[in-house]
Design a protein around this ligand. Structure first.
Ligand SMILES: [Zn+2]
Ligand SMILES: [Zn+2]
Length: 158
């Protein structure tokens, strides 16, 4: 079945009429030895997007469905390579939403737990440690100093 897209019916873009979604897709992929990077713009989360049947979907989803078949109901694609712009189906794994969140959390904790001190060298431990809303760790000493600075600026401007 040939699907014609209204945006391609303006004559000057005649060429594109005959292109299938698949052809358009491969045209925008840059294959490296490891990751296949999406060449076009990425969404705010860093994922590639492609317009298929007038709907924008994740380019990595399209790639997966193209090569491995439909993504099972309720499953999300996880990037094994952690490169969100990558559309290499071998780097994609269909996992449950819970699993995906768990993996992402693990990643954040591993990165954070490597740091034992704040950028100014105060320890992230004991009384000095607190957690901000986003789940990141904060340094109480720095926080207090910032608050104090702010207080002096407002109350006692030079
Ligand atoms: Zn990759
Ligand atoms: Zn600090």
């Amino acid at each position: 079945m040939v699907v014609l897209y209204p945006q391609y019916m303006h004559g000057c873009l005649d060429m594109k009429k005959s292109q299938t979604d698949e052809q358009r897709f491969w045209y925008k992929v840059e294959k490296t030895n490891y990751c296949w990077n999406w060449k076009l713009s990425l969404d705010k989360d860093g994922y590639g997007r492609i317009k298929v049947n007038r709907k924008k979907i994740g380019a990595h989803r399209f790639s997966y469905e193209l090569t491995k078949g439909e993504i099972p109901e309720g499953l999300q694609l996880d990037h094994i390579c952690k490169n969100k712009a990558c559309v290499n189906p071998d780097h994609l794994e269909a996992v449950t939403c819970d699993e995906n969140i768990k993996r992402a959390e693990n990643q954040v904790t591993t990165i954070n737990s490597r740091k034992t001190h704040c950028p100014k060298g105060h320890p992230y431990s004991g009384d000095n440690l607190f957690f901000v809303k986003s789940g990141h760790r904060g340094c109480k000493t720095c926080h207090r100093q910032k608050a104090l600075l702010y207080y002096h600026k407002i109350k006692h401007p030079k």
